[in-house]
Structures are given as structure tokens and as C-alpha cells.
Design a protein. Structure first.
Length: 123
């Protein structure tokens, strides 16, 4: 019999928790956690999912696709519009786009302002 658990939180290391929380708030529409501060910021989704952002001294961004600094976590989002529209909006918000794009027209790899890679996939 397998163990069943519900995912309730994901936390990302970063140099500036409020800034990274603001980026992901615009990406996801999650609500800011009322106890967020300069050391730890969070976002809440209505069903209880929480994304946290914790300050790490001497933070080093992942090096994707290389592994000099491993990515450690990779988040995927389903684009609710075309991939081109989603990518353009994310770049406006401060995302980066690595040269290496391994998924063709099915998905795009971007990086958040702290360097964490994430994918946007077609609906």
C-alpha cells in the first residue's frame, strides 16, 4: 500500500525573498502571506498550497543546463495562453530565457529573477 500525502508547501532559497515573492505573485496570482518579511516571504493559494522564499546568505543561482550549481528544484507551469504570449509576459516581469531550449514547441525553459529554472508548457 502506498503512502498518500498532500503537497502543501514549496520553499525556494534566494537572496531577496520579498522580490522573488512579488515575481511569483504576478506569475501565479497567489495571495501574499501576511507574515512575510525580509527574511522569509510567502504566497498562499486558495486551496492551501504555499510557496515560500527564504533568504540565504551568499546565495548562488543554479547554472542551467550545466550543473556547476545544481538546480535542485524545477517548477512547471501550464500556460493559460499561447507559449509566446506567456513567455513575453514572463520576460517583462523579470524572467530570463536560457539559450538551451530542449523541448521544442512543447515547452519553454525560463529562469526566475533568482536564477531558478522553471518551465512553461502548452495547454
Amino acid at each position: 500500500m502506498s503512502l498518500r500525502m498532500e503537497l502543501v508547501a514549496i520553499t525556494l532559497d534566494c537572496p531577496d525573498p520579498p522580490a522573488l515573492a512579488a515575481f511569483y505573485q504576478q506569475v501565479t496570482g497567489f495571495e501574499p502571506h501576511p507574515e512575510s518579511d525580509a527574511e522569509f516571504a510567502g504566497l498562499n493559494r486558495g486551496d492551501g498550497l504555499f510557496i515560500g522564499f527564504q533568504r540565504v546568505e551568499d546565495y548562488r543561482a543554479p547554472s542551467w543546463p550545466g550543473q556547476i550549481v545544481p538546480q535542485q528544484l524545477h517548477i512547471c507551469f501550464k500556460a493559460m495562453e499561447s507559449l509566446d504570449e506567456a513567455e513575453a509576459r514572463l520576460l517583462e516581469l523579470g524572467a530570463g530565457k536560457p539559450d538551451h531550449q530542449p523541448h521544442g514547441d512543447k515547452a519553454r525553459v525560463l529562469t526566475d529573477p533568482a536564477g531558478h529554472p522553471f518551465c512553461i508548457i502548452a495547454r
